[in-house]
Design a protein around this ligand. Structure first.
Ligand code: LLP
Length: 462
């Protein structure tokens, strides 16, 4: 097979990428520690390993596509967050990826858990997360979800609308409980991220706005209800954010509301939650903040603002999802076809696609990729890694340099797929969702098994 390479620069007709893939990396075999899980390396034969296990062996045992999650890395990241936020509370955002094993790890590492649906709540409770360490989110919780959360005794419900204030209050009253609640406010920050994952500007569905007085009105309403205990204010400004400025504005505005509440009602609320949203490295171009830097920036601003307003510093909580689980996993695929489009690029089809990673299609997300089953010294070729779905937008990695000798049967690994990949996986084209395999202590085990055709047919009752 003759495959053209153009490390020397653009040729006629080339559509060259920007950023990380604007030029081929010096060595295609390099595994940049910014994007790969902690225990990922290449062995003496050039095979990528995780926790010391070669991906060739893992692929034989578990098949492809599959997500491989480095449990040691997950636990280390949990500890980095709890250490950095000592004296504050870290709630892992379960929407990024949740399973019973993950809940057990969180429990053991001393984290709390943010859930945003009945399904996430059920998973948390099934794996023994103490209810008082669970926060219940969602902009339209159903009456059933509210009832289950209150009955379970969750540590807090984050209220998102006037209607929900009434619903939660009635449910708590009926069940003879006093439910701890926070109010989610919209602070009016433009987070620098994709529009679909920015949540604190005013024209979107979440929270109650500070600017038009709805947040203050929600506080008034909640404080009148005996079955609700208002413990704090919550703000989440968006996701995959690198710039701390948005969090600082958010913290300042939330403390501003606490001050207004003190002045109007004579009460000082004891908690504030500044949400999640910290970005991770998907390519070596991304430069995420470390938990201790984030903790320092947030604590400094909160204590400065509180001191200026004469408020006692409230207990802080945060809700990282992606920043904990995202970097800990990679997806392993097998190459099925390689098509060279003369003068354009090479299309490499793998055995998964938008059903196991919708982020590229949905948010234009950038990923990196490496040939994992062997090292190669062949020259780099501008490539696009695509899936097996009947859709031309089914792209896993839009721009990537892969070695010119890439062949059918090679294994490709896409790093940083721990967050919002299995969690947003679908059965499009009746493709089966891949397993999540946890690697730890020299062993590997499925924590979410591969879906089967029987699983699909079981739902089909026609
Ligand atoms: N807290 C709340 C209230 C949230 O809504 C979210 C994310 C988080 C915490 C966690 O955010 P993280 O630290 O993981 O960025 N599917 C999108 C991300 C949607 C995020 C939704 N809410 C993606 O794949 O980028």
């Amino acid at each position: 097979m003759s495959r053209s390479a153009h490390p020397a620069g653009p040729r006629h007709g080339d559509v060259l990428p920007e950023g990380h893939y604007a030029a081929p990396p010096a060595d295609l075999n390099d595994l940049d520690p910014r994007v790969w899980a902690r225990t990922v390396a290449r062995d003496g034969d050039g095979v990528v390993t995780v926790g010391g296990l070669p991906v060739t062996r893992l692929a034989e045992e578990f098949g492809t596509p599959a997500y491989f999650l480095d449990e040691e890395d997950f636990r280390a990241r949990c500890r980095a967050w709890t250490d950095a936020f000592e004296g504050a509370d870290v709630f892992y955002a379960g929407k990024a990826f949740l399973s019973r094993a993950v809940v057990r790890w969180l429990r053991e590492e001393g984290l709390n858990l943010d859930v945003c649906s009945g399904g996430e709540l059920a998973t948390a409770l099934a794996a023994g997360m103490p209810a008082d360490r669970i926060a219940m989110h969602g902009n339209n919780k159903s009456p059933d979800e509210i009832e289950r959360a209150v009955a379970a005794g969750v540590g807090r419900i984050v209220l998102d609308s006037y209607q929900e204030i009434v619903r939660v209050a009635h449910t708590a009253e009926r069940l003879g409980r006093r439910q701890r609640v926070q109010i989610r406010v919209t602070v009016g920050v433009e987070a620098h991220t994709h529009e679909f994952i920015a949540t604190a500007h005013e024209d979107q569905k979440f929270g109650l706005a500070l600017a038009d007085g709805q947040a203050a009105e929600a506080v008034r309403r909640v404080l009148k209800l005996d079955s609700l205990e208002l413990v704090g204010i919550h703000s989440h400004i968006g996701s995959q954010i690198f710039d701390m400025a948005g969090f600082e504005v958010s913290a300042r505005r939330v403390v501003g509301l606490l001050t207004e509440i003190r002045d109007e009602h004579g009460v000082q609320l004891p908690e504030i939650d500044l949400g999640g949203g910290l970005g991770i490295a998907y390519t070596p171009d991304d430069d995420p903040r470390e938990p201790y830097e984030i903790a320092k920036a947030l604590r400094d601003i909160v204590s400065r603002e509180c001191t200026a307003a004469g408020l006692a510093v409230p207990r802080l909580s945060v809700e990282p999802g992606r920043a904990i689980v995202g970097p800990t996993a990679f997806t392993l695929y097998e190459v099925g076809t390689v098509k060279e489009l003369e003068g354009l690029r090479t299309y490499v089809s793998v055995d998964g696609g938008m059903s196991d990673n919708i982020r590229t299609a949905l948010y234009d997300a950038e990923y990196s990729v490496a040939l994992a089953s062997r090292a190669s010294s062949a020259e780099p070729v501008l490539s696009r890694v695509v899936g097996k779905h009947c859709e031309s937008g089914d792209i896993v990695v839009r721009d990537a340099y892969l070695p010119a000798d890439l062949a059918v049967g090679d294994l490709l690994a896409v790093p940083a797929t721990g967050a919002y990949c299995r969690a947003m996986a679908s059965n499009y084209n009746h493709v089966l969702r891949p397993p999540v395999v946890a690697v730890a202590d020299g062993g590997a085990r499925e924590i979410v098994r591969r879906e089967t055709e029987e699983d699909l047919l079981r739902l089909d009752v026609g």
